[in-house]
Design a protein around this ligand. Structure first.
Ligand SMILES: NC(=O)c1ccc[n+]([C@@H]2O[C@H](COP(=O)([O-])OP(=O)(O)OC[C@H]3O[C@@H](n4cnc5c(N)ncnc54)[C@H](OP(=O)(O)O)[C@@H]3O)[C@@H](O)[C@H]2O)c1
Length: 264
């Protein structure tokens, strides 16, 4: 009975991980959400093998309580940890590092991105490591982004989404640090980009639509035939194919849902 813990599972890619993994009744799936009251889609799944646990990943006490609950249900083990939760600043995503209206706002976005997308992930891994050591798969997948790739940034000529991109580049190094430390114990640490995925929950504003079109233009510098985002269903299916093929020799990799460095 493989066990999976997924952070940020109330919506988007995290929800779809829970949906696809729990379709196999042999899997035990722990869906970590920031606020149980908003986890209506997970409740609606009505699957006996899904356990919804409240944990904001910036709250180490909540993470420890979550790990204790997982431990009590699995006999102190966990096979897969999927670090999916992330901070994306929607209002200022279109800005470059030098186009913020104030230094304070830029600092805020850099700190929020680093706190949630890097530091909170390190704490999540540390808190779940004792359970993962007792698991069979010993696999930690951290959702990264092609925006954290230096070559992609240069070829796409994509200067905005800077705090987010910087945090994803940093978490790739976090992944490598754990990978090199835990390879001898048979662990696989993977930084995985899901592709460009439509996880929107509302229609875009005119400004967002404009930014999105500009971004697609940038992305076509990398992939001229790129047509647009894929669905969470497609992305998670492809991510799971990558995860299911992993061996310890892949540890430390930063790859995409396609299993390579094609980010789109
Ligand atoms: N969508 C894409 O095109 C794309 C591309 C590249 C990489 N990614 C990466 O893929 C992952 C999932 O993306 P997504 O598009 O599904 O994101 P999303 O729709 O914005 O959902 C993010 C999830 O993270 C949760 N979250 C945010 N801060 C949290 C915190 N402090 N503690 C716990 N949970 C928190 C949110 O909880 P609430 O529901 O409570 O707000 C939400 O469930 C992220 O790591 C993202 O960076 C996505």
């Amino acid at each position: 009975m493989p066990s999976y813990a997924i952070t940020g599972a109330a919506r988007g890619i995290g929800f779809e991980y829970v949906n696809q993994l729990s379709a196999d009744s042999g899997n035990t799936v722990f869906a970590l959400v920031r606020n149980k009251a908003t986890a209506t889609k997970l409740e609606e799944l009505g699957r006996h093998n899904v356990h919804i646990i409240e944990a904001d990943i910036t709250d180490t006490k909540a993470l420890k309580d979550a790990a204790a609950e997982v431990s009590s249900r699995t006999g102190s083990s966990l096979d897969y940890l999927i670090n999916n939760a992330a901070f994306v600043e929607p209002e200022r995503d279109g800005l470059t590092l030098d186009s913020y209206s104030s230094a304070e706002l830029l600092t805020k976005d850099l700190l929020d991105s680093f706190n949630i997308n890097v530091i909170a992930i390190i704490h999540t891994i540390n808190i779940f490591l004792p359970l993962l050591k007792n698991g069979k798969a010993k696999t930690v997948v951290t959702l990264s982004s092609g925006l954290g790739d230096l070559d992609m940034t240069m070829v796409a000529e994509f200067a905005n989404s800077a705090p987010y991109s910087i945090s994803k580049a940093a978490v790739n190094m976090v992944n490598a640090k754990y990978a090199t430390q835990y390879k001898p114990e048979g662990f696989v640490f993977l930084a995985l980009s899901p592709g460009l995925v439509d996880t929107s929950t509302r229609a875009p504003t005119e400004k967002e639509l404009e930014q999105f079109k500009a971004m697609l233009g940038n992305f076509r510098n990398v992939a001229p035939d790129f047509t647009g985002p894929i669905t969470p269903e497609t992305s998670v299916r492809m991510q799971l194919e990558v995860i299911n093929r992993l061996t310890v020799n892949d540890t430390g990799a930063f790859i995409s849902h396609k299993g390579n460095k094609e980010w789109l």
